[in-house]
Ligand binder design. Structure first.
Ligand code: G3P
Ligand code: MG
Length: 348
């Protein structure tokens, strides 16, 4: 697992508190650091106060994203202090044999899934490369050099391949292609590509499981207004499935605010901070985020099995704008620099 070989920091922190930082809208706008973000991380490094990066973003391996973030934030970050949207998916690697991975740029997410231990990984581009008629308005040039995966029946592209689960790893780049391919899998006979069932039969028998890694309807990049995230794609797919089958899509979603993600994040943070959680160890985590629906709701709603208190701290540099519902954030501050400054004063 990405975190099984976690190496705690040089010297375990003996402070009763730590931070969890959201990335988009708190540390970065797209690939531009938010003013004060780097300096804030440097201060925490100097004080040996542990922090975790906890993002609903993804699309590349943890090591690649951490290397990119280290450069962007001119701070030496470790995979052991980093959790992204799909990181917990690696816990499902032995539950499904062949999976369809959706989202991200080209086949980057296929590589991430393979690194997690999923053996047979298809992406919508493979199906499109096999049968361009699958998505009449998508751009075949993006996918034409895709080498068909060995998982398929070579004689006819990927037809006959059985997809056991659909995983949306990151924001889809071609919603038309991705929704079409997922719907074809949902309407297939138990995931066998090229087969078809009537919607009423699918309603009765059920469909291939679908997993989303991130519920964010909105997220903040460098544009002046928030952008639709993976939660927007999910809403679109749910709308299409409802129109086809007259039922709600059965799917599981992880990512902030879901407790599974916070549980996973607390395990990683405890290992990174060194020592234990709860009384006498790590007692408080300040969750600094920009999205009331994910960062604030998740921290406010999470019940730690160790009794660690997660304290939501909302910044104004991302999705949340003054006047919006702040989700009952425990703290509301201008930016990440003020968030950390306020906490350090409070903690003494
Ligand atoms: O796709 C990324 C977006 O959903 C938000 O990421 O870092 O604000 O959790 P983040
Ligand atoms: Mg954010």
């Amino acid at each position: 697992l990405q975190h099984s070989s976690t190496t705690p920091p040089a010297k375990p922190s003996h402070k009763p508190f730590a931070f969890a930082f959201d990335i988009d809208g708190v540390l970065l706008h797209g690939s531009t650091p938010i003013p004060g973000a780097s300096q804030t991380l440097h201060t925490l490094n100097r004080l040996s106060i542990p922090y975790l990066l906890l993002t609903n973003g993804g699309g590349l391996s943890e090591s690649k994203r951490v290397s990119d973030l280290s450069t962007l934030l001119s701070t030496n970050l470790s995979v052991s202090q980093f959790v992204q949207s799909h990181t917990p998916f690696q816990l499902l690697r032995s539950s499904h044999s062949t999976i369809l991975v959706v989202g991200g740029t080209r086949d980057n997410c296929r590589q991430v899934a393979r690194d997690y231990g999923f053996e047979n990984v298809l992406i919508p581009g493979d199906i499109f490369a096999s049968h361009p008629g699958v998505a009449p308005f998508s751009n075949i040039d993006i996918y034409k050099d895709f080498v068909l995966p060995s998982a398929g029946s070579e004689k006819d592209g990927v037809k006959g391949t059985k997809v056991d689960a659909v995983f949306v790893f990151n924001d889809p780049r071609d919603w038309a292609l991705d929704i079409q391919v997922i719907v074809d899998v949902l309407l297939s006979e138990d995931g066998v590509l090229g087969t078809r069932r009537r919607p009423e039969v699918v309603k009765k028998l059920g469909h291939v499981p679908v997993y989303f890694s991130n519920p964010d309807l909105w997220w903040a990049n460098e544009y002046e207004h928030p952008r639709l995230g993976q939660g927007g794609f999910r809403a679109a797919l749910e709308g299409v499935w409802n129109a086809i089958a007259g039922e709600n899509l059965k799917a599981e979603t992880i990512g902030k605010p879901h407790p599974k993600t916070y549980e996973y994040a607390e395990d990683v943070l405890i290992r990174w901070a060194g020592g234990e959680g709860g009384k006498g160890g790590l007692e408080r985590v300040y969750m600094v985020g920009d999205n009331p629906a994910s960062d604030v709701a998740g921290a406010n709603g999470f019940i730690s099995k160790r009794g660690v208190e997660w304290i939501s701290c909302l910044v104004k540099t991302g999705v949340y704008r003054p006047g919006d519902d702040d989700g009952n954030a425990k703290m509301v501050v201008e930016n990440v620099k003020e968030a950390v400054g306020t906490v350090l004063k409070r903690e003494g």
